[in-house]
Design a protein around this ligand. Sequence first.
Ligand code: PLP
Length: 391
Amino acid sequence: MDRVIYVDNAATTGISAPVLDAMMPYLTSEYGNPMSIHSVGQRARAAVEEARKQTAQALHADHTEIFFTGSGTEADNWAINGVCELMAKKGKKHIVTSSFEHHAVLHTVQKLEKQGWQVTYLPVTPDGYITVESVAQAIRPDTALVTIMYANNEIGTIQPIPEIGRLCKEKGVLFHTDAVQAVGNIHIDVKDQCIDLLSLSGHKIHAPKGVGALYVRRGLVLKPFIEGGAQERGRRGGTENVASIVGLGKAMELAEANIDRRVPRMTALRDRLIDGLLQIERTRLNGGREPRLCFNANISFEGVEGESILIMLDMKGICASSGSACTSGSLDPSHVLLSIGLPHEIAHGSVRFTLGEDMSEEDVDYIIQTTREIIVRLRAMSPLWERINKQ
Ligand code: PLP
């Protein structure tokens, strides 16, 4: 097989043709600075503001509530640090989060913990969910912020965000969600779902890398994240990345427009893959099947190393991942897989397949067949597998 089957779409996606088309003028002839008052500058300004509207519409937000950032990580940092700085003035000193957040959230709250904040890390159920009851129990009179991801980047489980949002609203606590994996795969209505702050990232939805956005509910005024300019209404200084912002706006518009067509098709492919891989003996699906991102299958294969599977899959033209792109390369087992109670040796034998829109059933069948052959070969050489078999 000559074609590369890229099943690492949770790590990043390619820029789609319509997104690139929308960006092209702003990479070439339309190079104005949106802060300039002449016509070239004002055309760039109009393009940035159109992207803001497109992003807002996809979330059912107002365009004045969208702030462009340099990444999803930046949006997470800004949301958490910004809210905590604001709420510290009101005597609040407690954050509620979960133990399987992306490091953009976890490392930010851990830094605040070192500075004296108290943090409750909610446990995750063995199926990969945060319960609304656990959030309710964790909220205290001094809680400044609840931050729970919309969908997990490794195991794809979708959290009960509207319910958590309504609970936080009832309790008068601010609610942030990292929706980097959810955007484009789940209908998001920030008003209806009572979300105060939401982070998203361009490169997960076929826009370029290095652009993201933070939604901040109107009335909530965070301190500027970067000083030094009047861009983003004085909140994030620095000349705007016009072409990438235009790409993000277009990608948001397309993601929302295509969601009802895309999700059932991807879910069927995902289930075909999961069912096929689970036919291999001593395998398990990590995270519940539903509600689950339509493109995510995370499978553990007992008695083998995830890294060895990945290398052999790559040799057969299949690009998958053993965890989040940011932590693969580290030998520690994934904190997400440990959070759902997987023992270290099983966590080490896990592979995340995140499907792309261009894939077919034949591609899925090729992945199943190839993975089966690789697992058989690796297990034949594995002392661990020999031990498991004797048990
Ligand atoms: N949050 C989640 C859930 C993610 O999956 C990622 C990226 O993998 C990020 C945040 C970081 O986004 P970015 O790569 O734009 O910094």
